[in-house]
Design a protein around this ligand. Structure first.
Ligand code: R1P
Length: 325
């Protein structure tokens, strides 16, 4: 029997209220220079026991015992609206959980049956631009792990860099480019917790080949091959969208779609041995020409996600059924 969960007050660190993200405080570091709060080495990731408290809170309140987790990207929360025997837990109520502050991210952990398969869903994710350190944006993945999840479906809204991609297309992610990681900003920075995984996890097979094969056959069954691609996702910190020069650089680097999420979750999922299937919905075509007057915006991202929700619900549902076999 799991330990009685402590009250929210006892364990919840100070978090921003919904809609009012905590500002990044500039603090003096040892050398007298300034550094941002989320880069301070002192802010250690939650340890195994702290994450167990969040997991136990959920395990004690849901009858479901899912092995599959789903992270819903911007505007993709409806992926989990049709779960049977649904049980939802607002992030605010879960000890130690961050809160969602972005439009299109509701802020609920939702358990239920998807095509008869028990799943645990994040209806809303966290991003570093909200003021959270990367480890905290990915902390729900560790909660999933302690709930019993061993495979995750990670989804996102992304800008299409590849000029063959159109709004509404799906990109099965075959690899990522971790731009924050190039600068040493990883969700695994700090003392390694062996309870979760090794100090130096490999990432060359981050996106499970067999699950990608399954996805391709699902896409065929659904008859949507023409609008589905396989490609490389690049993560930037945001929240500003990219300049034309940045997008041209990302294209040169081999990126097909760009976003501000997913990579930290995938790194943490792989660190703790989970299988990962991930896809991007292309919600906007990236602006690659300097003479264009267009600009990316979040409203168009949400609208594009909404327009494709039925296909995506079906894709996720069929994948969950295959992953459960
Ligand atoms: O990656 P998700 O959460 O789907 O959201 C994407 O959409 C937002 C920008 O419109 C950014 O948060 C970007 O990462």
């Amino acid at each position: 029997m799991a330990a009685e969960p402590a009250s929210d007050l006892e364990f919840r660190a100070a978090e921003p209220e919904k809609g009012s993200p905590r500002p990044l405080r500039a603090l003096a570091s040892g050398g007298g220079s300034m550094c941002l709060e989320h880069t301070l080495p002192g802010e250690a990731a939650f340890d195994y026991n702290t994450i167990s408290i969040s997991a136990n809170y959920l395990l004690e309140r849901t009858k479901h015992r899912p092995a599959i987790g789903i992270v819903c990207g911007s505007g993709l929360g409806s992926l989990v609206d049709h779960l049977k025997e649904r049980e939802a837990f607002p992030y605010e109520k879960i000890p130690n959980f961050p809160v969602s502050t972005v439009a299109g991210h509701d802020g609920q952990v939702v358990f239920g049956l998807l095509n008869g398969v028990p799943v645990m869903c994040m209806k809303g994710r966290f991003h570093s631009y909200e003021g959270y350190p990367l480890w905290k944006t990915a902390m729900p993945i560790r909660v999933m792990k302690l709930v019993g999840v061993n495979s995750v479906i990670v989804t996102n809204a992304a800008g299409g860099i590849n000029d063959k991609y159109h709004v509404g297309d799906v990109m099965l992610i075959k690899d990522h480019i971790n731009i924050p990681g190039f600068a040493g900003n990883s969700p695994l920075v700090g003392k390694n917790d062996e309870n979760f995984g090794p100090r130096f996890p490999g990432m060359s097979n981050a996106y499970d080949k067999q699950l990608r094969q399954e996805a391709k056959s699902v896409v065929k069954e659904m008859g949507i091959e023409e609008s589905v691609h396989e490609g490389v996702y690049v993560m930037l910190g945001g929240p500003s969208y990219e300049t034309v020069a940045e997008l041209r650089l990302l294209r040169l680097l081999g990126a097909d779609a760009v976003g501000m999420s997913t990579v930290a979750e995938v790194v943490v999922a792989r660190h703790c041995g989970m299988r990962v299937f991930a896809f991007s919905l292309v919600t906007n075509k990236c602006i690659m020409e300097w003479d264009s007057d267009e600009e990316a915006n979040h409203e168009e991202v949400i609208a594009a996600a909404n327009a494709r929700k039925h296909h995506l619900q079906e894709l996720v549902g069929r994948m969950a059924a295959r992953m459960a076999q």
